[in-house]
Ligand binder design. Structure first.
Ligand SMILES: C[S@@+](CC[C@H](N)C(=O)[O-])C[C@H]1O[C@@H](n2cnc3c(N)ncnc32)[C@H](O)[C@@H]1O
Length: 227
């Protein structure tokens, strides 16, 4: 089935993430049938990791989570940089595929729904990597998707986001549905601070790619009176 038909079938059923499992199953272990699969870690993540080495010790690795991890290359790159990595995807077939590709147990791969996250993941991660999942989900759930991602961060934790971005609020017919300035503002409304943003033109589409780093800024307001 054409991807557009498959997506529309699930959007009509109000199940905007349902088509991913069908796509991964139909791909039947052939990555060329997964439109976003490159089988390489994302260059923007690698550049960030080169500049931001985690401070690690054997017993105290910082915790990272990969949202919508696809075939797992980014999760492996984070683990190789010294993070204790949880990587989740709504598609069990994608998660099984990750475990077959990377049988080294460096990463904890799990099936999970971003919109129904385990309670004990709230505020637990030092680093969140979100690459192209938000843009794959429709606009009517954007607020929920963004607040779910922000909820994963520890105080002072960092979120790195890579996404299609348009600098206006025009409605697009997706997927992908590029993020807009108002969408990026939603991260600020969740209590995050934008640390830096780069936007570059997409190499084959009339859209930009934004890479944005946020910090879950935490200020300890408790004062010591000395009394
Ligand atoms: C466009 S792909 C991007 C995959 C990967 N991040 C990458 O950049 O190659 C979006 C991914 O998000 C996953 N996904 C979609 N809806 C999800 C949800 N509600 N919870 C978790 N993962 C979801 C899909 O299965 C898919 O693997």
């Amino acid at each position: 089935m054409e991807i557009d038909n498959l997506v529309n079938q699930y959007l009509d059923k109000n199940d905007p993430s349902g088509w991913f499992e069908v796509l991964y199953t139909q791909a039947n272990h052939d990555p060329t049938q997964v439109p976003w699969a490159t089988l390489e870690p994302t260059p923007q993540l690698i550049q960030w990791l080169q500049k931001n080495k985690p401070s690690t010790s054997i017993n105290n690795k910082p915790r990272a989570v990969v949202v919508g991890c696809g075939l797992g290359d980014d999760a492996q790159a984070l683990a190789n940089s010294g993070y204790d990595v949880t990587a989740f995807d709504i598609s069990t077939t994608a998660i099984n595929w990750c475990e077959q590709r990377f049988p080294d147990f460096l990463v904890n791969y799990l099936t999970a729904d971003l919109l129904a996250l385990p309670q004990d993941w709230q505020g637990k991660f030092d680093f969140v990597w979100e690459c192209r999942t938000i843009q794959a989900l429709p606009l009517n759930i954007r607020g929920k998707v963004i607040s779910a991602i922000a909820s994963l961060l520890k105080p002072n934790g960092k979120l790195l986001l890579l996404t299609h971005f348009q600098d206006n609020e025009k409605e697009l017919s997706g997927p992908p549905w590029a993020l807009s300035p108002k969408d990026l503002e939603k991260f600020i409304q969740q209590g995050l601070r934008e640390k830096y943003r780069t936007t570059t033109p997409h190499n084959s589409k009339p859209i930009n790619i934004a890479c944005v780093e946020y910090v879950n800024y935490y200020s300890d307001n408790s004062t010591t009176t000395g009394a």
